[in-house]
Write a protein that binds this ligand. Structure first.
Ligand code: NAD
Length: 393
C-alpha cells in the first residue's frame, strides 16, 4: 500500500471584499506590528495595494511597500527585498499580487531574517528555519502560491528557474478576495487560469500524488474548465472570478502536497530563458505532454477527460483520451493563447538548453511516465512544428 501525507497549515479566508479586513484577521495571529508589503508595479498601478496598506496603517501597523519585482522574479529582487526587510526591522511579510509577488514575498521572509541567497536554499546549502510569517493575498487566479510550500525564483546568472520548497514557506494566512481579480486583463486571466488547470492535472497524475490531492484536483479541473471561458470574456463576472479563485486554490492544494511534472519542467525552462509568462509556457506544452503521458496511462487520462467534460462515460478509453487532447487544445485556442512558435524569442537553437533545464528540474522525476532528454526534445519539436496533435498508442 502506498503511504503519503497531506499537510496544509494555511488559514484560508475567501470572500468578496475580504482583503480590506486584513487588520482584524492579523490581530489573532500575533505577528508583530511592522509589516513589509511586497507587490509588483502592475498591481500597485491598478490600485490594489493602497487600500490594504491604508487599512493596516489605520489599525496601528507600521508598513513599508517593496515593489521592485519583475515577472518570473529574479534572485536579485529577493536580495534587495531581504535587505529592506532587515533595515525596516520587519516582523512579517504581506504579499499582494500574482505568483511573482507572492513568491518574492516568501523568499524575502526567508532571506530577510536568515541571510543567504535564494540559490543557497534551493541547492540545500542553507536550512529553512526562522522564517518570518507570510500572509498572501493573490490578485491572479493561477498559481495557488497562497497555499503552497514553494517559491519559484529565477537565478539571473544562469536563467535557471529554481523552486525553493519547504513546509515553512507556506503562508500562515491566505486572503482570497475575488474583487481583486476584476482588473486582470483577459490575456493574463487566460494564462494564469491555464496554469491552475495544469496544477490540477499534474498534481492529480504525478507519481507522488495521493487520494487527497486527487480529490482536490478533480474538483479544480471541473471548476476551472467551466468558469475560465466566462472569466476570460467577462472580467467583471463575480461568479466566474470567484469560481476561478476557488479553482486555483483547489489546484494549489492539490499539487502543494504532491508535485507538478513535465509540463511545468518545460514551462519553467522557457520562462527562465525568455521570460515567457508562466501560464502561457504551460499552455503550449500541455496537449503534447498529455499525449506522451496518456500513451502509457490511458485509464487515468480517460478519467481526466470525463472530469473536464471533454468525454462522457460511454466513450471508450481510447476515444476519451483523444477527446482529452482535442478538448485541451481547443480550450487553450479559444483563450487565444499563442503557440510555441509565435512566442517572442523562442529559437530552435535553444532547444538543447531548454531540454537541459527541464531534465535538471526536480519535478521531472514526478512525471507519471518516465521521461528522458530525448522525450523532452520530441515534445518540444511537436509543440513547435505541429498544428494538429495526434494520439499515439
Ligand atoms: P505574475 O505574478 O507574474 O503577474 C503577471 C502580471 O499580471 C504582472 O504584470 C502583474 O502586475 C499583473 N497583475 C497581477 N494581478 C493583477 C490584477 N489584479 N490586475 C491587473 N494586473 C495584475 O503572474 P502569475 O501567473 O500569477 O505568477 C507567475 C509566477 O508564479 C511565475 O514566476 C511562476 O513560476 C510562479 N508560480 C509559483 C507557484 C508556487 O507554488 N509558488 C506555482 C505556480 C507558479
Amino acid at each position: 500500500m502506498k503511504s503519503y501525507n497531506y499537510f496544509c497549515s494555511t488559514q484560508i479566508q475567501m470572500g468578496m471584499g475580504k482583503a480590506i479586513q486584513l487588520p482584524e484577521m492579523l490581530q489573532s495571529l500575533e505577528i508583530g506590528s511592522s509589516i513589509l508589503i511586497v507587490s509588483d508595479p502592475g498591481v500597485v498601478r491598478v490600485g490594489l495595494v493602497e487600500p490594504i496598506q491604508t487599512a493596516l496603517e489605520a489599525s496601528g501597523y507600521r508598513t513599508l511597500l517593496f515593489d521592485s519585482i519583475e515577472q518570473n522574479p529574479r534572485d536579485a529582487d529577493c536580495l534587495e527585498g531581504a535587505k529592506i526587510f532587515h533595515e525596516f526591522d520587519a516582523d512579517a511579510v504581506v504579499a499582494i499580487g500574482g505568483g511573482s509577488a507572492m513568491d518574492t514575498g516568501k523568499t524575502i521572509a526567508l532571506c530577510g531574517p536568515n541571510g543567504g541567497t535564494p540559490s543557497d536554499y534551493a541547492d540545500g546549502l542553507r536550512s529553512y528555519s526562522n522564517i518570518a510569517p507570510i500572509i498572501c493575498i493573490p490578485t491572479t487566479a493561477g498559481t495557488g502560491s497562497e497555499v503552497t510550500r514553494s517559491a519559484v525564483i529565477t537565478e539571473k546568472s544562469t536563467h535557471r528557474k529554481m523552486t525553493l520548497k519547504h513546509a515553512s514557506l507556506r503562508p500562515i494566512l491566505a486572503v482570497l478576495d475575488p474583487s481583486l481579480t476584476f482588473s486582470v486583463p483577459s490575456t493574463i486571466t487566460a494564462a494564469t487560469g491555464v496554469d491552475a488547470l495544469v496544477h490540477a492535472i499534474e498534481g492529480y497524475t504525478c507519481k507522488v500524488t495521493n487520494p487527497i490531492s486527487q480529490a482536490l484536483g478533480a474538483k479544480a479541473m471541473q471548476t476551472i474548465v467551466s468558469s475560465l471561458p466566462t472569466a476570460f470574456r467577462d472580467g467583471q463576472n463575480e461568479e466566474a472570478r470567484q469560481a476561478m479563485l476557488e479553482g486555483s486554490l483547489l489546484a494549489g492544494l492539490c499539487f502543494g502536497s504532491a508535485d507538478v511534472a513535465a509540463v511545468h519542467c518545460l514551462a519553467e525552462a522557457l520562462g527562465g530563458l525568455y521570460d515567457t509568462p508562466h501560464g502561457v509556457a504551460n499552455a503550449v506544452f500541455l496537449p503534447h505532454v498529455l499525449r506522451f503521458n496518456a500513451a502509457e496511462n490511458k485509464q487515468m487520462h480517460a478519467t481526466l477527460a470525463r472530469y473536464m467534460n471533454f468525454a462522457n462515460d460511454s466513450d471508450t478509453e481510447e476515444i476519451a483520451v483523444e477527446k482529452l487532447i482535442e478538448g485541451v487544445t481547443s480550450f487553450t485556442e479559444a483563450l487565444e493563447i499563442p503557440r510555441l512558435k509565435d512566442l517572442p524569442g523562442v529559437r530552435e537553437e535553444d532547444f538543447p538548453r531548454i531540454v537541459e533545464l527541464a531534465i535538471q528540474n526536480n519535478s521531472t522525476s514526478s512525471n507519471v511516465r518516465s521521461i528522458t532528454s530525448t522525450d523532452y526534445q520530441q515534445i518540444l519539436e511537436q509543440a513547435y512544428y505541429s498544428n494538429c496533435i495526434e494520439v499515439s498508442g
